[in-house]
Design a protein around this ligand. Structure first.
Ligand code: PGA
Length: 238
């Protein structure tokens, strides 16, 4: 199966970037399987319409309630109906700036799955937790996936917080060790073998080496995905 190439625009780019971004990917990517671009909610419909049949569209978040008085929130069903097929849940920026706990993450995963979305479930330790990564990741995985019985639409993304947007990429040895650990937790606790993406300062210069690793199921890219040519180079390196 093709490894996943996922872009996370975060709160960057604009409506005016969408047509040229999609057109570039369309023209320059021979293999568009499992290529997903996650964009801000407000741009989902426009992006999904432009990308229809070219690449997959994803959201960067969703709320866990189905509907109701939650001013400013967007349900998983709304995300799906805007044309997205994926959603990122539990990104470290959501955990850090918006108080998302493992319990909230778990509810969001359940809501996204029941709306028919594929979930990119993010986990990762902070710099001060690096020595202790096993405990942190184990808890994020076990609590985040609590109650899930069907794992077929879940992809895990390991993103060490200290490597996100910092230019500091985890070493190949770090990635091998941590991905093997995550794989073992998923197997032991849930009996599943899920794709595990790596994220954190992935760029065209390092993506091939990272994606060549057996336990790496693809990459989740922030800064280096904002320009279509750089993202396409990463996608071509798998
Ligand atoms: P980065 O972000 O590639 O800019 O480090 C990755 C992410 O946060 O998903």
């Amino acid at each position: 199966m093709d490894k996943y190439i996922a872009a996370n625009w975060k709160m960057n780019n604009d409506f005016s970037d969408i047509p040229s971004y999609v057109e570039y990917l369309d023209k320059n990517l021979e293999n568009k399987n499992n290529v997903v671009v996650c964009v801000p909610h407000v741009m989902l419909k426009t992006f999904a319409d432009a990308a229809n049949g070219i690449v997959e569209t994803g959201a960067e978040n969703c709320y866990f309630a189905e509907k109701g008085a939650y001013t400013g929130e967007t349900s998983a069903k709304m995300v799906k109906s805007a044309g997205a097929s994926y959603v990122i849940i539990g990104h470290s920026e959501r955990r850090q700036y918006f108080g998302e706990t493992n319990e909230i993450v778990s509810k969001k995963i359940a809501a996204a799955l029941s709306a028919g979305l594929k979930v990119i479930f993010c986990i990762g330790e902070k710099l001060e937790q690096k020595e202790n990564f096993k405990e942190v990741l184990n808890e994020q995985i076990v609590d985040g996936l609590a109650g899930i019985t069907d794992f077929s639409d879940i992809i895990v993304a390991y993103e060490p917080v200290w490597a996100i947007g910092t230019g500091v990429v985890a070493t190949i040895d770090d990635i091998k060790t941590v991905h093997a650990y995550i794989k073992s937790v998923l197997k032991e606790k849930f009996g599943v073998d899920l794709p595990i993406l790596y994220g954190g300062s992935v760029k065209p210069e390092n993506s091939a080496e990272i994606m060549a690793l057996e336990d790496v199921g693809g990459v989740l890219v922030g800064g280096a995905c904002l320009k279509a040519d750089s993202f396409a180079q990463i996608a071509k390196s798998r």
